[in-house]
Design a protein around this ligand. Structure first.
Ligand SMILES: Cc1cc2nc3c(=O)[nH]c(=O)nc-3n(C[C@H](O)[C@H](O)[C@H](O)COP(=O)(O)O)c2cc1C
Length: 440
């Protein structure tokens, strides 16, 4: 592929220097060597047991290390990095490597990468396996970003038989190149909305024989993005296929409460559920699931979570001017989700909030609760100033994920797609779109 490799693992460098008998040339350019042979026995491979563990989804930008630390404190068992592009990892891009950093409190930690070619993923897998502190490596094969799909990665691998055949080669090559960390894959149901074109059930049935240790399935298609609820009936169908081959399947989509988690786990077919936006909007959903209860959290307790994030952010990004501003920006990004929470104590008996709920403006039980429900960036900035002090002169903030602007913009976008606005429609720009800019 002619991607210059500036980053080699110690093992790869040793091989390049001729330390391994019989192998003479592996440095230089990607694709310069033969694909890995079939003989790698993965002798020392670790197993990861996902069963019943609370797994916080990979979340570009917002799923940063300080946020994940907050989640660990609230009950997360499994955490995973933001998505890094495999090609940038191999180029030794510092920003990309920074995305893959783990905090010691992250007990079971995965590194997520994205790429669509066997030699690329084999090299990247080997490098991460040798050099990175992680328990497993996940390949994002559901990423909907146009730029990612155009490069043959993400959900383009779900598009047709040719895509799935390349996915098989990617999984085989990457899993063989990793001796220590297991490889997992993350899928959507398919590329197109047409149910006859859904392919995840076929992949789930074969993934283990290719070398995947576990599969995560987000119950939506690429075309659908976030419109309509996740299709848990299809996830169940895949769980049956996974059971046949003893492949751990992790279900994903719209888990927002302990009741949601229990319902999806009740058939006994899933290893666990992955929690994405639920953890962003109300990270204490992790505690709710763990303790099988509903937590009517107070505004003060919610404020404490921001305080904790602020402290972790300054530790991670630095307490100098730059670190404070970085912490502030990421705190504000997070608030573009948290304000969507409707306190359970304000809901009528028997009513529970769902992911798609678009709450009208309401008055909370205290001024602080009202403030935390505001969808105005001005108010979020006020909250952030409580912990981080005054902003630098000229500070501006526009949320990357725009989940705050769901009213008019969302309805317009939904109408344009002919899927009906309001209620059931999550905005398309789930962050993965924004990521396109970040990852090129
Ligand atoms: C802001 C944001 C960023 C995301 N970033 C990633 C990512 O980097 N890698 C990935 O595999 N999925 C990513 N996703 C998708 C989630 O991991 C998850 O599959 C999806 O949100 C469905 O789960 P949920 O309904 O619980 O949110 C992202 C989603 C959101 C909302």
């Amino acid at each position: 592929m002619d991607i210059e490799l500036r980053c080699l693992s110690r093992a790869q460098a040793a091989v390049r220097n001729g330390a391994r008998a019989g192998v003479t040339s592996r440095g230089g350019h990607l694709g310069a060597r033969e694909p890995p042979s079939d003989t790698n026995p993965r002798d020392g491979a670790r197993r990861v047991d996902f069963r019943g563990k609370l797994y916080v989804a990979p979340l570009t930008t917002v799923g940063n290390l300080p946020f994940r630390r907050v989640c660990v404190g609230l009950g997360a068992d499994v955490t995973i990095s933001e998505m890094a592009m495999a090609s940038n990892v191999l180029k030794g891009d510092r920003g990309e490597w920074a995305l893959l950093r783990r905090h010691p409190s992250e007990k079971l930690f995965g590194a997520q990468v994205c790429g669509g070619w066997p030699d690329l993923l084999a090299r990247c897998g080997e490098l991460l396996d040798d050099e990175l502190d992680c328990d497993f490596v996940d390949v994002n094969m559901g990423c909907p970003i146009d730029g990612v799909c155009a490069k043959g990665a993400g959900s383009s691998l779900l598009r047709d038989a040719e895509g799935v055949a390349r996915m098989e080669r990617v999984v085989r090559a990457a899993s063989r190149s990793m001796r220590r960390a297991p490889l997992t894959i993350k899928l959507r149901m398919g590329y197109d909305d047409d149910p006859s074109k859904h392919v995840a059930h076929e992949i789930v049935a074969r993934a283990k024989s290719w070398g995947a240790h576990a599969v995560t399935l987000h119950g939506r298609t690429r075309q659908q993005r976030y419109s309509r609820a996740a299709d848990w009936a299809y996830v169940e169908r895949c769980a049956a296929a996974a059971r046949e081959t003893s492949t751990p399947l992790i279900g994903n989509g719209d888990v927002f409460s302990s009741a949601d988690y229990e319902r999806h786990m009740s058939s006994g077919s899933l290893a666990t559920c992955m929690i994405g936006r639920g953890a962003l909007i109300k990270p204490w959903v992790l505690t709710e699931i763990k303790e099988r209860r509903v937590w009517d959290i107070s505004a003060r307790e919610r404020l404490d979570l921001f305080e904790r994030f602020g402290a972790f952010g300054l530790e991670h990004w630095g307490a100098d001017e730059k670190g404070v501003e970085t912490t502030r920006r990421f705190m504000l990004e997070w608030m573009s989700y948290t304000h969507r929470y409707v306190p359970v104590g304000l809901l009528e008996r028997g009513v529970s909030q769902t992911m798609a709920l678009r709450p009208p403006a309401y008055v909370g039980r205290s001024d602080l609760e009202t403030l935390l429900a505001s969808d105005k960036t001005e108010d979020w900035r006020r909250v952030a100033r409580m912990f981080l002090g005054p902003e630098a002169p000229g500070f501006r903030f526009v949320p990357k994920h725009r989940s705050n602007s769901y009213s008019a913009a969302c309805d317009a976008a939904a109408a344009a797609r002919g899927v009906g606005g309001g209620g059931g429609e999550e905005e398309e720009d789930d962050g993965e779109e924004e990521e396109e800019e970040e990852n090129g």
